[in-house]
Design a protein around this ligand. Sequence first.
Ligand code: GLY
Ligand code: MN
Ligand code: MN
Length: 436
Amino acid sequence: MTRASVRNTRHAAHLDALEHAYADILASHGYDAVLLYSGQAHTFFADDQQASFAPFGHFLHWVPQPGIQHSWLRIRPGDAPLLRFHAPKDFWHLAPEPPTAAWTHRFAIEPTPETGPPATGGGRVALLGEVEPSLARELGAELNPPALLAALDELRLRKSAYEIDRLRDANRLALAGHRAARDAFEAGGAELDIQLAYLAASRQRESDVPYQNIVGLNAHGGVLHYQHYDLEPPARQLSLLVDAGRRDAGYCADITRTWAGRDADPRFAALIEAVTQLQQSLIDAIAPGVAFPDLHRRMHEQLGELLVDQGLVCCSAAAAVERGMTRAFCPHGLGHSLGLQVHDVGGRRDAKGRYLPPPRQDPALRLTRTLETGMVVTVEPGLYGIPMLLEPLRDTSAGRDIAWDAVASLYEHGGIRIEDNVAVTETGADNLTRET
Ligand code: GLY
Ligand code: MN
Ligand code: MN
């Protein structure tokens, strides 16, 4: 079979499964139909310019067309899904063409210059999406009922073979960007040069990225969501942290790499290697039935060992965890669910929709569930020199066990994060980031 026919076959199976699952969920929640609104770009206040746009995830789950605005999908079990496709008559912009790919054959497609919803078809109807409550009232529909949304979020958590292919392709494209980013760094580029090299090699414009790329040289690597691109390179080239992705048919890659620069402290290259090994050993432990918070705890235990081995602390690994030292070096969670959103839905609920809070000492952990076949998660341990978190330890008993000269060097180098995207298989893990 050709690549295109595999894609079409898997996409058809994905849509078959969606039709069945929606029919079951709508029946069990007592709805006859659901309307999904794609959404529309927001206009800045008192301006005529628009922010970049991503369609509603539940709409994209059916319609693999990123960027689609002012459009509607009606799912009424027993009828073909109705796509009311916004096709304005417009000479200012290139008018969107109604899709014609293989998947469209099972849809009823209604191109329209209007932006309003289709007829509901009667009965009890839910309307999901970002719309004015008055529109739902006019239609006699219930707007964003939480129980139905939670059930549909749950459906997005386990990925079909088609979705895993898209995440794999997104990874392939993002990795080309990461290679170019490293080359631009080695050529002495500034943060902006590295960002532009990444975008060019991953073939995307900046408004299409799944999240704002993090490109941090030196100490900027220790700012977890660093948001600028300096125009000039620093005088000394110590380190680069790049956390950057790519979408494929809406599905997101989320990859981080860290590199030592020509002026780096040799201890920093050793730390990168140690974090990479730690990350790979955590991926080896991924399998159905593993509770993600347990894996997160294991990350801290291994970080404790790493801090001891690398001479950053001089207490036991267990004491480094117990006294909060590993959390001062790594304040974020091990990872999160990945899909049509970079921090995908359903990560903090159980299969019945009940809230699963993060552990008290790990409020940033975004995935608190037990892993199941078909889930796709990121695995992204980090180790940072963040003065705001480490300096308060200086005058404590934990501070007496920290090698502050090594920490001073880490402050200058910012930090390390290594992030891969991993599908949970029946027997273990399929690392979507490492195979090319
Ligand atoms: N890029 C954001 C994250 O890694 O979660
Ligand atoms: Mn990331
Ligand atoms: Mn991530």
